[in-house]
Ligand binder design. Structure first.
Ligand code: 5AD
Ligand code: SF4
Length: 444
C-alpha cells in the first residue's frame, strides 16, 4: 500500500474528538498506522467544526499550510475534510482548497477507511463527497470497529443531533435530527471501555438529557435510567454527561445525582442568556425563572452540585438591560466554570437574518464584562476548597518528576506528588494551593 500513516486534527467539541478517535479505530482496523505529526503523514484528516466563524477560517489556514508542505516536499498527501464544516461548506472547500481529495459529513465518518482505500486504489479518481444523514449506520459500524482504549477517562456518544432549533445554532444542519443509541450498544461499549482500563466515562450528546434509547424489550430509557444501569458496571469509578438542555431537566435526573455515588456532582447547563425576551428569540424554551428552578431542584437533591454554563453575548436585539439580566442570572447561580462567546451569525440560521445585529464593539465590551464575572466566580469556587478534600481520579503523569495529575469530581485539574502507579486510581486529596484554573494537593 502506497499510503500508510494517517494524522487526524480535531476542531470543536468533545463529540468531534470522539468521532476522530472512532475514525482512528476504523483506520487502525484497516491496517493504517498513526503518524505523530502532520508533516510526516500520508493521509491527513481535518475533523472540522462550524459552531462559530473563526473555526472555519482556521481550517482554511491549515489547508493552506498543507499545500505548502506538499509543494516543498513534492509529497503526495491525501487530504480528507470531515466533520460539521465539511457538511456545510463542501463547495467553498473545493473552490478554495482544490488539493482536498474527500469531503465527509459528520454522520459519514465511519466510511473513512473505505473512502481512503478507494482514493489509494484510484489516484485519478474524482473527489469523494459523502454527506448523507446516516446516523444509525454510523453507530452500527463504529461499534463494530471499536478498538481498545488506553486512557483513564474516555468519551462515549449516546445521542447525536438536535430537534430544538435554537435560532443561532448550526448543529441541526450539520448533525441532523436527534438520534439515541440503543441501551445495549451503550452498555456494551461502556463495559469494553472499563475492561480496557477506562475508569471515567463522559457521556456525550448535543441534548444528552433528552436521551431516549430503546432497550431489548423496546422499553425506552431516559438518561437517568441509563445512568443507573451504567453505574452497575464493576470497576467504573466516575460518570459524567454533557450537554444538558434546561428544558429536559427533571426530578429523575436530580434523583440520579442523589443516588448514584459515581455520578459526578456537576452539571453543564447552558443558559445562553438571562433575558426572557432574548431567550424567546433564541427559541430556548425557558425563562430565567424556569432556569433557576432547575438549579434549585438539583441543589435540593444534591446540595454540593456545581454548575457550569455557556453564554452568548450580543445576540441580535440584545439591549444593555438584556445583558444586565445575563449578569444577574450568573450572580444568582454562582457558577463553578462557564464559557462565553460573542454571537456569531451562522449562514442559514434564523438569527443570522434577524434585524438589529449588534456591533462588534458592543459584543466585545459585553464579553469582557461577563468573562470577568465568570472568571471571578471560578476563582472563588476553586478557593473554597483550600484546606479541604476532593476526590481525584488520576489520569496521567505530571510535568515534574514523581508528579501525577487528575481531575476532581468538579473537573478541576489537581496535581500531587505521588508514584505514577496511582494513575487510574481515585483518592482523597487535601488541597494545599489554589490557582484560578488548577489546584495542588497532597494525598491523604
Ligand atoms: N454564536 C456564538 N456562540 C454560539 N454557540 C452556538 N452557536 C453559536 C453562535 N452562532 C455557543 C453556545 C453553545 C456553545 C457550544 O457554543 O453557547 O452552547
Ligand atoms: Fe462544532 Fe457543534 Fe459540530 Fe461539535 S457539533 S463539531 S461544536 S458544530
Amino acid at each position: 500500500m502506497a499510503f500508510m500513516r494517517f494524522f487526524i486534527k480535531s476542531y470543536g467539541c468533545q463529540m468531534n474528538l470522539y468521532d476522530s478517535r472512532r475514525m482512528a479505530d476504523a483506520l487502525a482496523c484497516a491496517g493504517y498506522e498513526t503518524s505523530a505529526d502532520l508533516e510526516n503523514a500520508d493521509v491527513v484528516i481535518l475533523n472540522t467544526c462550524s459552531i462559530r466563524d473563526r473555526v472555519d477560517e482556521k481550517v482554511f489556514s491549515d489547508l493552506g499550510r498543507l499545500r505548502v508542505i506538499m509543494e516543498k516536499s513534492s509529497k503526495d498527501i491525501l487530504i480528507v475534510v470531515a466533520g460539521c464544516m465539511a457538511q456545510l461548506r463542501s463547495k467553498d472547500i473545493l473552490r478554495r482548497a482544490p488539493q482536498v481529495n474527500a469531503i465527509l459529513g459528520p454522520q459519514n465518518i465511519h466510511k473513512i477507511a473505505v473512502v481512503i482505500d478507494d482514493l489509494i486504489k484510484n489516484r485519478a479518481m474524482d473527489i469523494i463527497v459523502t454527506m448523507s444523514m446516516d446516523t444509525g449506520g454510523k453507530f452500527q459500524s463504529l461499534f463494530a470497529n471499536a478498538c481498545g482504549r488506553e486512557s483513564v477517562s474516555e468519551y462515549l456518544t449516546i445521542q447525536e443531533g438536535c430537534n430544538n432549533c435554537c435560532t443561532y445554532c448550526i448543529v441541526p444542519f450539520t448533525r441532523g435530527r436527534e438520534f439515541s443509541r440503543s441501551v445495549s450498544d451503550i452498555l456494551e461499549e461502556a463495559r469494553n471501555l472499563v475492561a480496557s482500563g477506562v475508569r471515567e466515562i463522559m457521556l456525550l450528546g448535543q441534548n444528552v438529557n433528552s436521551y431516549s434509547g430503546g432497550n431489548f424489550d423496546k422499553q425506552k430509557f431516559s438518561l437517568a435510567h441509563l445512568l443507573f444501569e451504567l453505574a452497575n458496571i464493576n470497576g467504573l469509578k466516575r460518570l459524567r454527561y454533557i450537554t444538558s438542555h434546561p428544558k429536559y431537566v427533571d426530578q429523575d435526573i436530580a434523583r440520579a445525582h442523589r443516588e448514584i455515588e459515581i455520578l459526578a456532582p456537576s452539571l453543564h447547563l447552558p443558559a445562553q442568556s438571562g433575558s426572557n425576551s432574548i431567550l424567546k428569540e433564541m427559541n430556548r424554551g425557558y425563562t430565567q425563572d424556569e432556569y433557576l428552578r432547575c438549579i434549585d431542584l438539583l441543589r435540593s437533591y444534591r446540595p454540593d452540585i456545581a454548575f457550569s454554563s455557556d453564554f452568548i453575548v450580543g445576540f441580535p436585539g440584545e439591549t444593555d438591560w438584556d445583558f444586565e439580566q445575563t449578569l444577574k442570572l450568573a450572580k444568582k447561580v454562582r457558577y463553578a466554570q462557564a464559557y462565553s462567546f460573542k454571537f456569531s451569525p451562522r449562514p442559514g440560521t434564523a438569527a443570522a437574518q434577524m434585524d438589529n445585529q449588534i456591533p462588534e464593539k458592543i459584543k466585545s465590551e459585553r464579553l469582557l464584562i461577563l468573562q470577568k464575572l465568570l472568571n471571578d466566580q471560578q476563582t472563588e469556587f476553586n478557593k473554597s476548597f483550600e484546606g479541604s478534600q476532593l476526590n481525584v481520579l488520576f489520569t496521567k503523569e505530571g510535568k515534574h518528576k514523581k508528579q501525577i495529575v487528575g481531575r476532581s469530581e468538579y473537573s478541576q485539574s489537581v496535581s500531587v506528588y505521588a508514584n505514577t502507579t496511582f494513575v487510574g486510581d481515585m483518592a482523597r486529596v487535601r488541597i494545599t494551593e489554589v490557582a484560578s484554573h488548577s489546584l495542588v494537593g497532597m494525598l491523604e
